[in-house]
Design a protein around this ligand. Structure first.
Ligand SMILES: [Cu+2]
Length: 213
């Protein structure tokens, strides 16, 4: 029930957030040649711009940073310092009883992942994955609601738009009690952020920043 309420709030904020994300991304990417002018979406396997860096192999990392994922919907630490060009392995420790995830990337990638998670969740596909471990399954009560249909259509359009603009990103789901790793090369001109996109978590503040020393 709580998560449904959060979704409604997020839906209302959606248009403003989308406009903000698109504007930010257009600026941050500096127009590195995504073929938006053709009106044709890029191929699904087209390489993403590496504006914020890219995923890397564990063997390339020179440092391991442990990030704990807490049921208070916070990362600990929530601010990480990296050198430009550094390759870091994040050891993601879910120390709580809720499922969490860790997505690293720029603003459009974060918006895109959040919208995809909402789409899965609202269409009923994501219940097992997103809600496992919490004991509080999402209740789906909006199946034949025209407002829900409009929301889903707007969400799909938003995802298509963001998908054309998002730079490279990477993510890991971490179930309660699990530890997973994700390696990222901070080689881009911009530094990414990180966030948890289990429905409601990002909006509740489960996000972190990356800064240079
Ligand atoms: Cu989370």
């Amino acid at each position: 029930m709580t998560a449904t309420v959060l979704h409604s709030g997020r839906a209302r904020a959606g248009v403003a957030a989308l406009l903000a994300a698109v504007t930010l991304t257009g600026t941050a990417c500096g127009g590195p040649g995504r073929p938006a002018a053709t009106g044709r979406p890029p191929a699904a396997d087209a390489p993403r711009p590496q504006t914020y860096g890219h995923g890397a192999l564990r063997s390339q990392a020179t440092r391991v940073v442990e990030v704990r994922m807490l049921d208070s919907l916070r990362f600990e630490p929530a601010r990480i310092t990296v050198q430009r060009g550094e390759v870091v392995t994040f050891r993601l420790v879910n120390a709580g009883h809720l499922a969490h995830e860790f997505t690293i990337g720029g603003p459009a990638a974060q918006e895109l992942h959040d919208a995809r998670m909402a789409q899965m969740d609202m269409s009923g596909q994501g219940q097992g994955m997103a809600m496992s471990g919490g004991g509080g399954g999402m209740e789906m009560k909006m199946g034949h609601d025209p407002a829900h249909a409009r929301y889903m259509k707007a969400l799909a359009a938003r995802i298509a738009t963001l998908d054309r603009r998002a730079a490279a990103s990477d993510g890991e789901h971490v179930l309660p009690g699990e530890t997973r790793e994700l390696t990222w090369a901070f080689t881009g001109p911009e530094l990414p952020a990180f966030a948890c996109h289990i429905p409601g978590h990002w909006k509740a503040g489960m996000a972190g920043t990356v800064a240079s020393p």
